[in-house]
Structure formats: structure tokens, C-alpha cells
Design a protein around this ligand. Structure first.
Ligand SMILES: [Zn+2]
Length: 419
């Protein structure tokens, strides 16, 4: 069998593995609370708060969609015309067109140009966050964050680019196989190291101070059978007034993180409710699920790129001879960008299902639906979330159930429990 034949076979195997993992690991069968309950929840929210949040979201919307459109436009302009390949050549020229210079500097130049072209929209968004009082960051802090994220992306990107184009040179017929394994390995590695290597670049993390709340949270984790070494507090207030919490990392790097803003804004019982949700993610191994599906998806993407990359018309548009050369990197980015936009609703749906399960865990663990609902109201109020966002926007991009869905779920739980 030819490498191409093996690639088709591998693609089929990866697709089946991804579907099986998705079918088994994603909690699909959790119907949302009845719409009537959701509408009742919406009516219970303060009218002016809902109006204010909707005004903010409406103001933010053009910047968001324009950002997606411009990102697509730039990726297509660089990847499906010879512009991008010329940019890669240009970046390698001071080094006599050396392939390493082309691969690393050329690749980074393409990403940087795309980032810089969409920068005005990111700045527009920041202006709105400031106007509505969500951001606590001046332009200096915003710029510092931006430069830090460029630096982090450049380091990870340079390693990935160097690794990838070394493999395409060493194994011109089988690079897709090594590339797929490498991409999957990189996803797993990043899940382990991001919390310890990257998150501290942007925030300071300190163990939650000793006291009744910490004792309560650690006790709850022990009761839940989820070993948690510590609850960390992130100094999110340097950037935002928004409240949040999350789990990240795997095995030895796993941590539950709460924003300092959450501790400031919410009651201890509400913080407990939020942490109970995060324990649900830990208990159900949601980070593992995300890492596994991400790794399979990344491997699949490499094989698809290899197969698509032998299509003559695409190569001609990009002005390159092969998808495996550094000059074709902008074409790769264009294909990945399109794939990202197309699969966004699926990723959002999977995320919402996982979040619904974590909510159910929080309700069962705390047995306190009233506080859960109060916390959801507070989250929506402080974060200026539309409690019942437009359907199309929800389906395309919502990573969490809406506020009214979560409130209604708490009410459904209370009814069940009171039976
Ligand atoms: Zn969650």
C-alpha cells in the first residue's frame, strides 16, 4: 500500500476513534430544563440588569463577528494566494533562504501579520470592556498582556514549526504519520505544562488563605472523593471585574483556580457552589476528555492536511509545489482557520454538555439549589452576560449553558429533591 493509502486508512481510524470517544465520554443525554422554567427564570431577573447586559453584548457583537470575518479574510488572502508564500520567502531571505529560517521566521511572520491585521478589532473590544466597566486594565497593561501572549505563542510556535518541517524533510513520504503523532503528543504535553509554565506568565497564583472557607472547600473535595492539593487564587482583578473559576492541568499539575474577584464579589456559600462545579469537572475527568479529543482532532487534522495538500488547485492558488514545504505554511493556516470556524458549533455543543454535567454535580454535591441559582444570577450580573442570548449566537459559540438554563436546572433539581 502507498503512503497515501495508509493515510486514508489512518484518517478513517482516527475519525472512528474520535466519534467513539465523543459518543462515550460526552454526556449527551441531559435534556435542558423546560423552556417555560427558563422563561420564568428570565422574568425573575431585574429588568434593568438584563437590558444593560444586552446593550453591552450588542455593542460587543460587531467587534466579535468582524474579528472572525477579518481573521478568515486574512488567512485566505495569505494562504490561497501567493502572498503568504512570498512573505515566508522574504523572512528567510536574510539567511540565504535557509529552510530553518523560512520554517521558523517565515511561519512566525505569517502568524504575526495575521495578528497585527486583526489587532484594531481586539483594541475595539477592549475599549468596550473599559466603557462598560468590566476591564480594570489600562492600555499599558493590555499591551503588556498582548506582548506576553505573542512571546508565549512565538516560543511554542517556533518549536512546533521546527519540529514539523524537520519531519517533512526527513520523511518526505511519511511525514503525515510522524506529524499526526507529534501533534497529538503536543496537545497532551501542553495540557500538562500550560498551568505551570504559561498561566503564571499572565497571573499570580497564591494558595487560598487559611480560614473557614478553605476548610469548607477542602472538606467538600474530600467528601467528593476528589483529591485536591490546594485551591489557588488568581489575581484576575488586575485585568477584569469579571468573576470566574476553572480547573486545568493533569495529574500532578491539576489545580482548582478561583478568581480573586469571585472571593470579593460572592458569598462564601456561592464560592462553595462554584468550586463544587469545578470539582465535577475534576471528578468526571473533563480535562482528560478534552485532552484526548483534542489530541485525536489534532492528529486527524494533520492527516487531512496531507491528503488535501496533494490537491493541485490548492497548491497552485498558494503558488507552492508541495504542502510539506515551509512556503506552504500560510495555506495550512488558511485550511486550519476554515476548519476552526466550521467546527466551532460542535466544540461549543460538546462544551455545553460537559458544563451541564458539572452543574448537576454541583447541585448534587452541595444539595443547595437556592445558592446555585443565586450564584448564576451574580455571575450574569457581574459579567454582563445576556441571560438568554440569541439562539444563533448560542448555538455557534456558547461554551456554557445560558444563565436561564442554569437557573431552571437548579429549580428542576429543587423540585426533584423536594418530592
Ligand atoms: Zn465548568
Amino acid at each position: 500500500m502507498t503512503p497515501r493509502g495508509w493515510a486514508v486508512l489512518t484518517l478513517a481510524g482516527l475519525a472512528v476513534a474520535l466519534l467513539v470517544a465523543g459518543a462515550l465520554l460526552v454526556p449527551w443525554h441531559r435534556p435542558p430544563a423546560p423552556r417555560a422554567d427558563q422563561l420564568a427564570a428570565l422574568r425573575d431577573l431585574p429588568v434593568d440588569q438584563v437590558a444593560h447586559s444586552r446593550e453591552f453584548r450588542a455593542a460587543l457583537r460587531p467587534a466579535g463577528w468582524a474579528g472572525l470575518a477579518l481573521g478568515l479574510l486574512v488567512a485566505v488572502a495569505l494562504g490561497l494566494t501567493p502572498l503568504g508564500s512570498r512573505l515566508v520567502e522574504l523572512a528567510g531571505r536574510p539567511f540565504g533562504g535557509n529552510w530553518i529560517a523560512q520554517a521558523v521566521l517565515g511561519g512566525l511572520a505569517v502568524v504575526l501579520v495575521a495578528d497585527l491585521l486583526t489587532l484594531p478589532l481586539a483594541a475595539w473590544r477592549q475599549t468596550l470592556l473599559t466603557r462598560y466597566g468590566l476591564s480594570t486594565q489600562g492600555w499599558a497593561g493590555w499591551t503588556a498582556d498582548l506582548l506576553k501572549s505573542y512571546a508565549v505563542s512565538a516560543v511554542i510556535g517556533a518549536l512546533a514549526l521546527l519540529g514539523f518541517y524537520t519531519v517533512t524533510r526527513l520523511a518526505p513520504r511519511w511525514w503525515w504519520a510522524f506529524g499526526a503523532a507529534g501533534a497529538a503528543g503536543l496537545v497532551v504535553l501542553l495540557s500538562f505544562v500550560l498551568p505551570v509554565l504559561v498561566e503564571p506568565v499572565f497571573n499570580r497564583f497564591t494558595p487560598m488563605e487559611q480560614g473557614p472557607l478553605r476548610t469548607e472547600l477542602m472538606g467538600m473535595a474530600a467528601r467528593d472523593g476528589v483529591p485536591v492539593r490546594d485551591v489557588l487564587v488568581a489575581d484576575a482583578s488586575r485585568r477584569t471585574r469579571a468573576v470566574n473559576a476553572y480547573v486545568s492541568g493533569l495529574g500532578p499539575t491539576r489545580r482548582v483556580v478561583v478568581y480573586d474577584t469571585l472571593l470579593r464579589e460572592a458569598t462564601p456559600a456561592e464560592v462553595t457552589s462554584v468550586v463544587a462545579h469545578e470539582l465535577g469537572h475534576a471528578k468526571d475527568r473533563d480535562v482528560w476528555t478534552g485532552t484526548l479529543t483534542g489530541a485525536l482532532g489534532a492528529a486527524l487534522a494533520v492527516v487531512v492536511l496531507y491528503l488535501l495538500g496533494s490537491a493541485g488547485p490548492l497548491l497552485r492558488l498558494a503558488g507552492v509545489d508541495s504542502i510539506a514545504e515551509p512556503r506552504a505554511f500560510p495555506l495550512l493556516i488558511a485550511l486550519v482557520t476554515v476548519a476552526g470556524l466550521v467546527t466551532a458549533p460542535v466544540q461549543a455543543l460538546v462544551s455545553r454538555r460537559v458544563e451541564v454535567r458539572a452543574d448537576a454535580h454541583a447541585l448534587a454535591l452541595t444539595g443547595d439549589p437556592a445558592t446555585f441559582e443565586a450564584m448564576q444570577r451574580r455571575l450574569a450580573g457581574v459579567n454582563l452576560a445576556d441571560p438568554d442570548p440569541p439562539r444563533w449566537e448560542y448555538l455557534y459559540s456558547a461554551s456554557h449553558p445560558s444563565t436561564v438554563e442554569r437557573m431552571a436546572a437548579a429549580r428542576a433539581y429543587a423540585r426533584e429533591a423536594g418530592r
